[in-house]
Write a protein that binds this ligand. Structure first.
Ligand SMILES: Cc1ncc(COP(=O)(O)O)c(C=O)c1O
Length: 469
């Protein structure tokens, strides 16, 4: 192998020649090239052309404390100087991750007992799948292995996590989902409820469909159900009224574990520390990532209940050591970043700010957008929101996907200096800003969005591809 000589390409050209971008239309990227982010502060990011944007998505729903928090940067530097790395296999440990596990358990529901650390939401959900399988093998139920998630649920992209994800684009051409992963109804009241059905009845219907699936598959073959308390990438769908109460009654009846994927909803996003509190969810396993470190450095966690822990611990004499773990599990630098992140969240009471600013944000979005002819639904809770676009407001007719209205709108938002996100295979855009956002910034987000929306509306009307109904 020869060493290539250094070349003099622009960063954009170097990117096109060398970088395989995640979740990117690869061929289009060769024409459009990258947007290179150079710096960020508070809720704003700046690209290499000097253009500033409000990032109303906090990166990928993750920078909960906002950018440029020196305290976290210093904690990272200090920990890296003292102990940059050590593993946690074979009883090895480091102080930062011990303290973090202890702190998380004090914030999480009382039945939670042990924290396993990973590096991403996807690998944490893979861990959860393996934990369910391991747990059921150890308690003598080797058939109880299927995991039910939901159509349009999002749980990541590794082989098991992508199988849990219920979005066809994530499966296509990847030979997924794996056979033991099943998908039950999309709990999206606006789209899926029969006309005249109350939210409560829709929740009952979702639970009945889940029960039907469990019974059809055989309750002895179903190990767990996984759900995001508020669906994120699948459309920003808060649970319909009473949803988790109805669902949990079914799970208890058939001895099926409840996994709450709090990767987006954790750490203040829904106005409480965790959405399990917001929606009275009683999980057996919780997935954490994103807001755990606010993205300053990767880290995730799978948290298990005392009941699961007892089975794992008692099984050790039979199966030997718990043979699962990553080189970077419980990384001390990530744990130090998480501790500093949690210090900020506690001191500034960011879950409460999320509740307060969230009310302002949701009201403002509704005021400014609900009457717009292209907007079918404005929904969300605290600082996570979705705007669904429709062809016909009264009939809730979806827009023709070929028109690419949502991605074009997201592009126009960028031109207005606003990052929002066009979601996959649904005409909806999402917002999930840093929890430190203030009223003036919320006003800017909604104002810029409204300008971009008016622009695309005018264009569609002019082109004759859509008209207000
Ligand atoms: C609810 C949920 N779970 C899991 C994941 C996967 O996390 P990661 O991208 O860190 O692997 C995501 C990512 O957006 C998510 O939203």
């Amino acid at each position: 192998m020869s060493v290539q000589p250094a070349h003099n390409l622009s960063l954009e050209e170097m990117d096109k020649q060398s970088f395989l971008h995640p979740y990117t239309p690869l061929k289009d990227h060769l024409d459009s090239g990258p947007t290179i982010v150079a710096a960020a502060k508070g809720v704003n990011i700046t690209d290499t052309q000097g253009k500033e944007y409000i990032d109303a998505m906090a990166g990928l729903w993750c920078v909960n404390i906002g950018w440029g928090r020196d305290e976290v940067v210093e904690a990272i530097a200090e920990q890296a100087g003292k102990l940059a790395y050590y593993h946690s296999f074979a009883s090895m440990a480091n102080e930062a991750s011990i303290r973090l596990a202890d702190r998380l358990l004090r914030l999480l529901p009382d039945n939670m007992s042990k924290v396993f650390f990973g590096n991403s939401g996807s690998d944490a959900n893979d861990t959860n799948v393996k934990l369910v399988w391991y747990y059921n093998n150890l308690r003598g139920k080797p058939e109880k292995k299927k995991i039910i998630s939901r159509i349009r649920g999002y749980h990541g992209v590794t082989v098991a996590a992508a199988s849990l994800t219920g979005i066809p684009m994530v499966h296509n051409a990847f030979d997924l989902p794996l056979a033991p992963m099943l998908h039950t109804e999309y709990p999206h009241y606006y789209i899926n409820a029969e006309p005249g059905m109350s939210e409560r009845d829709f929740s009952k219907w979702c639970a009945a469909k889940l029960e039907e699936m469990i019974v059809a598959e055989g309750p002895d073959t179903v190990g767990a159900f996984i759900a995001e308390p508020v669906m994120g990438a699948g459309g920003v769908v808060p649970p319909p009224q009473g949803y988790f109460q109805e669902i949990q009654a079914v799970l208890r009846k058939y001895d099926v574990l409840m996994i709450a994927d709090e990767v987006i909803t954790g750490f203040g996003r829904t106005g409480n520390w965790f959405a399990c509190e917001t929606y009275n969810i009683e999980p057996d396993i919780i997935t954490l990532a994103k807001g755990l470190t606010s993205g300053y450095i990767p880290m995730s966690a799978s948290v298990i209940s005392g009941d699961i822990w007892q089975v794992l611990m008692n099984g050790t004499p039979e199966v030997g050591a718990f043979a699962h773990g990553y080189t970077y599990s419980a990384h001390p630098v990530a744990a130090a970043a998480a501790m500093a992140n949690l210090d900020i969240m506690e001191r500034e009471n960011l879950p409460a700010n999320s509740a307060r600013m969230g009310t302002y944000f949701q009201n403002k979005l509704k005021q400014e957008l609900a009457d717009h002819p292209l907007v079918g639904d404005v929904r969300g809770v605290a600082l996570v929101a979705g705007v669904e676009l429709v062809a016909d407001k009264a009939k809730k007719t979806p827009l023709d996907a070929d028109l690419k209205v949502a991605p074009t709108l997201a592009k126009y938002c960028v031109e207005e200096g606003l990052i929002s996100r066009a979601l996959m295979q649904i005409s909806a855009l999402s917002f999930s800003p840093p929890l430190v956002i203030n009223e003036g910034e919320v006003d800017e987000v909604v104002g810029r969005f409204r300008r971009a929306l008016n622009r695309i509306t005018d264009e569609l009307v002019k082109a004759g591809t859509w008209k207000p109904q």
